[in-house]
Each structure stands twice: as structure tokens, then as C-alpha cells.
Design a protein around this ligand. Structure first.
Ligand SMILES: Cc1ncc(COP(=O)(O)O)c(C=O)c1O
Length: 445
């Protein structure tokens, strides 16, 4: 049985009416990817106000690994909101915050005493991870990588690498941020293997401390174990390990930004586990609370204890309803074995993508780990010229037919899957059928 329901053309009349009102009162920068207005969602399906149902391969940009409207998460949130909704944890503390910290500290890679602090967004957690690292080391500089995405607030935006649309026109940026190359192996220099390119990037990373900034001035290195917005770029293990050992040798705090890769997406609870990475600090957000605004920094207790009293916080940080949702997410992930499910799902998605790659020469690369899978579209496989317009066309057509896929990539030419990990195989097949038809229509094949 098909999941997609089509009652109107997209957008239907009710969506159109609300979107017209939106145009009048919401800033133009908040443009929408799917031109419909949602009424309800469950599992991997989203239904709009006109009664059209879509398969959601985007999961609210990777926030819904447990699926839309998970019953356990809903019940936990209701139970909490019926007791109280807010105190500010540093005014009157509450147990769900402490319990979530206990759970995440136990799940995070690395031995030794760990602690966790909660915030509202990924960007806010990134900013606070840097504050912890600066307080601990007494140093100021931060090294980030090419292709990185860390958020849209001043320091997070500065750490982000892609200029358009994230940085252009928004300077001046935060000082003391340095950039090292990340091994985007699909675009390695001609004749260089992925492993060789990983080592070349690791060498270039280490050279930074000779040519750009003294390592004794560097508080932190921030690394996505797999780049998300950058295009689902998976680095060679050796590269990640070298970054880790260089940081250790030079007393630099290594921050793994797992905002997009965490909570089972890659087949492990945290992607760091694939690389033998034991970061000093782990930044989490997105799927940790199934869409509630919640993020966190988890890491070595001595680093989290370094800032002075009241230097870390915020009115809403670690909101009790969000923490209750977070606890229910961890329980749902463990009960349903979602990291293992991500591994299986990823294999299924990869098979689909590889079949599409045989058919469409415009699919230059199929890559990812676990259910964090993507394809990169190019004009042709020799030049690898990014095919951003083709990507736009394919995504639009798929949405019209009822499958919501997302774009990624430094060149805007990657189609990524961030579907709920509870999605049925049949729903993946249906969405992939639509993707194939959209590719066929846009490429004329
Ligand atoms: C790796 C990574 N870090 C940080 C962020 C920023 O998170 P937020 O949008 O919640 O501020 C994102 C968002 O996509 C992300 O993918």
C-alpha cells in the first residue's frame, strides 16, 4: 500500500492561503523548502492542511530519528508539562535535567569522569563548547575545517565555512578562528587516493601551528566526524585519528560537533565511535529531543568545571519539557535498537542509490555512513562540475510527487537522507521511486 496521498495540486488552496499570509508578515529570508503547511505528522509521514500526505526523508533536518509524534516522547512531554514548564534550572533545579545528563554522560565515548550542560540550539551549544575550552585552557584561538557547518550565531557562523548563504554580508566575524582543510575525498586532487588525501589534509592541519597560529594559543579544534551541511562528507579514519593525536599532544581541546551525526544516525549512537574518536567535548542537538529545542555539551568533567560560577547558562537552557523529551528519546532509541536499525536502513538506501548511479551518469558519488546517506550530482563524472540547478529541479519535482528530500553540500549539489530511523522499507522504496522519476524527468533519460 502506498503512503503518499495526493488530494490537491501542491500547494493546495489552504496551504496557499496561509503561505500568502506568511509572505506579508514573515521575513523573506525564511523561505520554505516544501510549499505546503503542515497539519499533522506521524512516523515518517507528514500531512498538510489540504489532506496531502508526504514521505518525510528530511526529518525536520535530522531532528526526528525516533520519528514524528513518537508515543513515548509525547507522553513524557505531556506528563512534564502537566507538572511545570519552567523554572530556570539555576534558580530551581529539576530532576529530568540531572537524569538526562546522567544518561548522556554514560553514552558518550571516552572513559573518566564526564559532565553535561544543556542549551537550546546547536549553535548555542557550539558557542558554549568554545567557552568551556577557553576557560579550561586559558587560550583563545579555535581551528575549524573547510566545508564545516556549526550554526548561525556570530561565533558559530564564523566557524561555519560556506560563504553563501551563511556568511556573505554578515561580517565582521569573530576573531581568532583559523581554518584547516577537511578531506572531501570525492574531490581529492587528481591521482590521489582517499587515504593519501586524508594524510595530506592531516599534514596541512598540523602545519597550521607553524604557519598560522601557535598551538599554545589554540583553545579548541572543532570537527564534524562526518560533515552534514557540507555534503555528508566522510573523512578517512586516519585523518580523524591524526587530528585527535595532534590535539592531545598540544593540549588543545578537541570538540566533536555531532549535532547532525548523533543519536543513532550513522549506525552508532555517536559517529565518533566509527573513528575511535574520544573527543574532549561532544556537541549534540537536533534528534536528542525529537524536535524540542534542546542541545548539549557533554565532556570531560575538568573542562566543564573550568568556567567560573554563572558564566554558563541562559533563561531557557535545558527546559524541563525538552529534557523529558530527551529522556524519552534515549529510551525509545534503546528500546527499538535504532542505531542498529540505522545500519540496516543505510544499506537499503545505499542499494537504491547505487542502482540510480548505474542509470544516471549525473550521480557522481554515493556516500555516507549508516542512514546518513547522500548522492552528489555533477554535470559529468570527468569534470565533476557541481550540478546545483539539476539538484534544485530534482528536489522540487520529488516534493510535487510527495517525497521530501533535502539538499546539502558546499556547492548545493548533494541530495541527503535524514529520514526518521523508524521509516518502513516500503516507504523508502516509494520515496526512492519518486526520486528516480524526478531524476529521469530532469535529466531527460
Ligand atoms: C553539525 C552542525 N552543527 C551545528 C548546527 C547548528 O544547529 P542549530 O541549527 O540548532 O543552531 C547544525 C545545524 O544544522 C549542524 O548540522
Amino acid at each position: 500500500m502506498e503512503s503518499i496521498v495526493r488530494r490537491t495540486t501542491i500547494p493546495g488552496p489552504r496551504s496557499q492561503a496561509i503561505l500568502a499570509r506568511k509572505e506579508a508578515v514573515v521575513p523573506a529570508a525564511l523561505s520554505v523548502h516544501v510549499p505546503v503547511v503542515i497539519a499533522s505528522a506521524e512516523g515518517a509521514l507528514v500531512t498538510d492542511v489540504d489532506g496531502n500526505t508526504f514521505i518525510d526523508m528530511s526529518g525536520g533536518i535530522g531532528c526526528l530519528n525516533v520519528g514524528h509524534s513518537d508515543p513515548g516522547v509525547r507522553a513524557a512531554m505531556h506528563a512534564q508539562i502537566d507538572r511545570f514548564a519552567h523554572t530556570d534550572f539555576t534558580i530551581i533545579p529539576y530532576e529530568p535535567y540531572v537524569e538526562l545528563a546522567e544518561r548522556l554522560v554514560a553514552l558518550a565515548p571516552g572513559t573518566g569522569p564526564k559532565k553535561a550542560a544543556f542549551f537550546n540550539s546547536g549553535a548555542e551549544a557550539v558557542e558554549n563548547a568554545i567557552k568551556f575550552a577557553r576557560a579550561y585552557t586559558g587560550r583563545q584561538a579555535v581551528v575549524a575545517f573547510s566545508g564545516a557547518f556549526h550554526g548561525r550565531t556570530l561565533l558559530a557562523m564564523t566557524l561555519t565555512s560556506k560563504t553563501h548563504p551563511y556568511k556573505a554580508g554578515f561580517g565582521p566575524f569573530a576573531p581568532e578562528v583559523y581554518r584547516a582543510p577537511y578531506p572531501y575525498t570525492y574531490r581529492a586532487p587528481a591521482g590521489m587516493s582517499a587515504a593519501e588525501y586524508g594524510l595530506a589534509c592531516a599534514d596541512a592541519f598540523e602545519r597550521i601551528f607553524t604557519t598560522q597560529v601557535a598551538s599554545e594559543s589554540v583553545a579548541a579544534v572543532i570537527l564534524e566526524p562526518i560533515q552534514g551541511e557540507g555534503g555528508f562528507v566522510v573523512p578517512p579514519v586516519d585523518f580523524v585519528q591524526r587530528v585527535q593525536s595532534v590535539c592531545r599532544a598540544r593540549g588543545i581541546v578537541l570538540i566533536a560537533d555531532e549535532v547532525q551525526t548523533g543519536f543513532g544516525r550513522t549506525g552508532r549512537f555517536f559517529a565518533s565511535e566509527h573513528f575511535g574518536l574520544e573527543p574532549d567535548l561532544l556537541v549534540v542537538a537536533k534528534s536528542m529531543a525529537a524536535g524540542m529545542p534542546l542541545s548539549g555539551v557533554i565532556g570531560r568533567a575538568e573542562i566543564l568545571d573550568a568556567p567560573a560560577d554563572s558564566t554558563i547558562g541562559g533563561t531557557y537552557v535545558g527546559n524541563p519539557v525538552a529534557c523529558a523529551a530527551g529522556l524519552a528519546v534515549v529510551a525509545a532509541m534503546e528500546r527499538q535498537g535504532l542505531p542498529a536499525r540505522a545500519e540496516l536502513l543505510g544499506r537499503h538506501i545505499r542499494q537504491h542509490f547505487l542502482r540510480l548511479q548505474e542509470r544516471f551518469p549525473q550521480i557522481g558519488d554515493v556516500r555516507g555512513l549508516g542512514a546518513m546517506m547522500a548522492i552528489e550530482l555533477v554535470e559529468d563524472r570527468q569534470s565533476k562540475t557541481p550540478a546545483a540547478d539539476l539538484t534544485t529541479g530534482v528536489l522540487r519535482r520529488a516534493i510535487q510527487e510527495g517525497a521530501v528530500f533535502l539538499r546539502a553540500g558546499i556547492y548545493g549539489n548533494v541530495i541527503r537522507v535524514l529520514a526518521p530511523l523508524i521509516i518502513a522499507e516500503a516507504q523508502v522504496d516509494e520515496a526512492m521511486g519518486i526520486l528516480a522519476r524526478a531524476l529521469a524527468a530532469e535529466t531527460g533519460r
